[in-house]
Every structure is written in structure tokens, then in C-alpha cells.
Design a binder for this molecule. Structure first.
Ligand code: SF4
Length: 336
């Protein structure tokens, strides 16, 4: 892992219009799914992106690849502005930056053989032209993900969930990408299979020099696989830091609450530790609270929190958090 940044988001926003009922369907508001995210993914690292369901992390992953159109802000991939890319440039990006989806069954065409599924990106990007060269590359890709090349003639329904996810990974790797967004990629698998797929992803990263954004609601899994972790709450990244450092010494009250809910293997330690139970539910992304968006649930909220939207600021070596407990030094309004 290096400090060389492969993907950079600046003040990235994805807002979806809320329309009134009735014939005229006027725009009456916006769901701010991603709402001013600053994030860097370094070449060769695994950046874990964690947060409760509905916090916007999958939308953020999609926006980085421009699979959803950002409403504002910028995304850079290897120095190029993704938000301004022409169609040909976007097609080239689709080869270099790919997604591994949560549900391997839904993401594979049930009428296509595994061989056809893995070969499709090769055809789309004009790689390994000719039936024989393509079949040979498909065999290579299947073996790379731990499947026998002979399974190319079989259909997705003939496989277990873990095997189907391996097929999804082989397909994602067909274009020899640099960047892979793993969107809840192990969430639908049995626990024993989850570990196998995580080990496979790690081996592939070492072997192929991949950069991962590992999106998950499961902080324990994220901690296990990530070099750094970004914590997201209600459309915004609220803390980023090296994985072990952030887990040992979280600086944002939301990260502290998330970590306090992760079970520890020792029953004695589990009994002794303090849990932070957050008050209330996550507010709607169509009605984000003023100031710090976490203030309605934060056990430490104080005077500036309803009025000043905190910016990410350094709180340790390589660690940043957006919280006034670390000094009301930077409102986002002043900075953005
Ligand atoms: Fe809590 Fe205030 Fe910090 Fe927000 S800024 S996390 S409300 S203390």
C-alpha cells in the first residue's frame, strides 16, 4: 500500500428528487443519499466503508464508478475527472473500475452459462478476440478464483452461493481492473463461506495489485479486511483512519457507538465493557438535521452542534473525524 491516491471524491453529492403525489408530481424535496463526501482510496489498499443500512454507502460506491450520476462535487480516478468523462472514456473506466455485488444470484444471468457470463466483459472491451482465445482466458479466470475450468458450461443455479460469488468475481476481473468496489460482497453468504471469499479477495489483491473499496454494514468484517476504515453516517463520512488505530481509539461518537456493538470473543471482556446505545432512529435523508447531522442521537451533543456542520479534521496520525469535541475549528460551510 502507498500514499498514492487512485480514487478521490471531493464534496461528492448524490441527491434524489422527492416528488409530490398526483398528476403534476412536482419536486418537493430531495433525499440526500450522499451529501458532501470527501474520500481518498489509495492505490493497493483496502478501504473499508462502514455504516448502518441506508446511510448512503452503496450509493457512494456506485457514484465513484459513475453508475449513478453525482448531483455535485467531483470524482477523480487515476487523475482523470470521472464526472466529466466522455462516453469512450467512461467505457475505458468500466474496464478499470468494477463492482462485485451483494447477491451473486441476482447479478448473474440465469440463462447464460458461467463461461458466457465471464466472457461477456471480454467481448464488450474487445479483449482476447476469437472464440479460442476467449475460452482460454475464461478458463484462466475461473481457475484464478478457485473454480475448475470445466464449470464454464454449467448454469448459475447449479452452484452454491459461495461458488456463484466466485463466478461474479471472475467476471469482475475479466477486464483486468485496478479498482474493485465490493458492495456487501459477503453479506448474503454463510459465515463459513464468508471467510473463504474474504481470503480469496485478499489473495487476488496480493496477486493482481488490486485496490478495494469494501462496503459493508458489518464492522467486524470491515476491520478484518481493511487497511483503513471510513465511517459513514446519513450521507457523510464522519471518521477515517488506519483500521487498527480507529478500532482501538475511535474519535467520533458514532464510530464509538458502532464499535461498542461489535461482540468481542472473550465472555469476560464482553460482560465488562460499556455499550453505547444510541437514542432514536437514524433521521430521514430527506430531512437531515441542521449543524452536525449526528446531533439528534449523539450522547455528547453541546452548544455548537445544532448550528455548525463540523468538517473532517485531524485527530491522530492519519485519522480524521468530523466532531466539535475536537475543537470547533472548521465548519464545512467555511471550507467547501
Ligand atoms: Fe456529537 Fe456534536 Fe460531535 Fe456531532 S459535533 S458528534 S453532535 S459532539
Amino acid at each position: 500500500m502507498t500514499d498514492d491516491v487512485l480514487v478521490r471524491a471531493r464534496d461528492l453529492q448524490v441527491h434524489f428528487p422527492v416528488r409530490s403525489k398526483g398528476l403534476r408530481r412536482k419536486v418537493v424535496g430531495a433525499v440526500r443519499a450522499v451529501d458532501g463526501v470527501d474520500l481518498e482510496v489509495r492505490r493497493g489498499e483496502t478501504l473499508g466503508l462502514v455504516g448502518e443500512s441506508g446511510c448512503g454507502k452503496s450509493t457512494l460506491g456506485n457514484a465513484l464508478l459513475r453508475l449513478v450520476e453525482p448531483t455535485g462535487g467531483t470524482v477523480e480516478f487515476d487523475g482523470a475527472d470521472v464526472t466529466a468523462m466522455s462516453r469512450p472514456a467512461l467505457r475505458a473506466l468500466r474496464r478499470r473500475a468494477v463492482m462485485v455485488f451483494q447477491d451473486p444470484y441476482a447479478s448473474l444471468d440465469p440463462r447464460a452459462t458461467v463461461g458466457q457470463t465471464v466472457a461477456e466483459p471480454l467481448q464488450v472491451h474487445g479483449l482476447h478476440p476469437g472464440a479460442r482465445a476467449r475460452a482460454s482466458r475464461v478458463a484462466e479466470l475461473l481457475e484464478l478464483v478457485g473454480l475448475d475450468a470445466s464449470v464454464a458450461s454449467r448454469y448459475p443455479h447449479e452452484f452454491s452461493g459461495g461458488q456463484r460469488q466466485r463466478v461474479g468475481i471472475a467476471r469482475a476481473l475479466a477486464g483486468e481492473p485496478d479498482f474493485v468496489v465490493c458492495d456487501e460482497a459477503i453479506a448474503s453468504l454463510d459465515v463459513s463461506v464468508q471467510a473463504q471469499v474474504l481470503n480469496l479477495l485478499r489473495r487476488l489483491q496480493d496477486q493482481l495489485g488490486l485496490t478495494y473499496l469494501f462496503v459493508s454494514h458489518d464492522l467486524a468484517a470491515v476491520r478484518h479486511v481493511s487497511d483503513r476504515i471510513a465511517v459513514m453516517y446519513l450521507g457523510r463520512v464522519v471518521e477515517v483512519g488506519p483500521a487498527e488505530q480507529l478500532a482501538a481509539d475511535p474519535q467520533h461518537p458514532y464510530t464509538q457507538a458502532l464499535l461498542s456493538a461489535v461482540p468481542v470473543p472473550s465472555p469476560a471482556l464482553e460482560r465488562a465493557r460499556r455499550r453505547t446505545v444510541l437514542a432514536g432512529d437514524v433521521p430521514s435523508a430527506a430531512a437531515v438535521p441542521s449543524g452536525c447531522r449526528f446531533r439528534t442521537r449523539c450522547p455528547h451533543a453541546f452548544d455548537p452542534c445544532p448550528d455548525v456542520d463540523p468538517a473532517l479534521q485531524a485527530v491522530g496520525a492519519g485519522q480524521t473525524a468530523a466532531c466539535h469535541l475536537h475543537g470547533v475549528v472548521g465548519s464545512r460551510e467555511a471550507r467547501v
